[in-house]
Design a protein around this ligand. Sequence first.
Ligand code: DX5
Ligand code: ZN
Length: 212
Amino acid sequence: MSISLLGTDFTELGHTLERIRLSGADSIHLDIMDGRFVPNISFGWSIAADIVRASALPCCAHLMIEHPEDAFNAFVGAGVTELLFHVEATRFPFRALHLLKRSSIRRGVAVNPGTQVESVVPLLDSVDTVLLMSVEPGFGGQSFFPGTVAKVRALRSAADRSGTPTRIAVDGGIDVSNAAALRDAGTDEFVVGTAFFRAGDPAAFVRLLKGA
Ligand code: DX5
Ligand code: ZN
């Protein structure tokens, strides 16, 4: 389970990272936005490097930026352990994945709700993770697209057919009401923001979602 920092108070970051560590979550999800691929701007690789240094948990960079290849080296240099870029943001996803292969980090692609899951099946041999967006990227606190459950199921069966050990992660609007259906469909990892920070008892929330 990975916790998105998008909706948090960045003046409290140290405290927030400790809270996430104590909750039993597995990693930190860094939402990187350039104001072009998505209508929002978050932070870049230098702040990502600060967060990586301050975090006891591994950090994954979710790149919602155009020409993501141009930023790979900087984010690898920032020390993230996983890097995900949007298939819609590059014309040459194989070439981009090949660039990432040089570094030892986990690599993958993110897929918008409106993008057919079939479009990433040819990439399954070249990725560790596929991140299915269950909201239109750009903001936290949005409503979950129920159609995502069927997308997970379709991707899981495509991965099983191709014999690739693809990790399926889902990101956006996840909470206790949709976690079990996502898990049943074949989801390996949840990315959660708002629901985690709204939880009265974060550790109980994490246990609940992990056990979903
Ligand atoms: C949205 C981001 C998500 C988001 C998740 O573009 O990629 O990671 O912050 O937050 P919630 O759980 O609030 O939807
Ligand atoms: Zn994200």
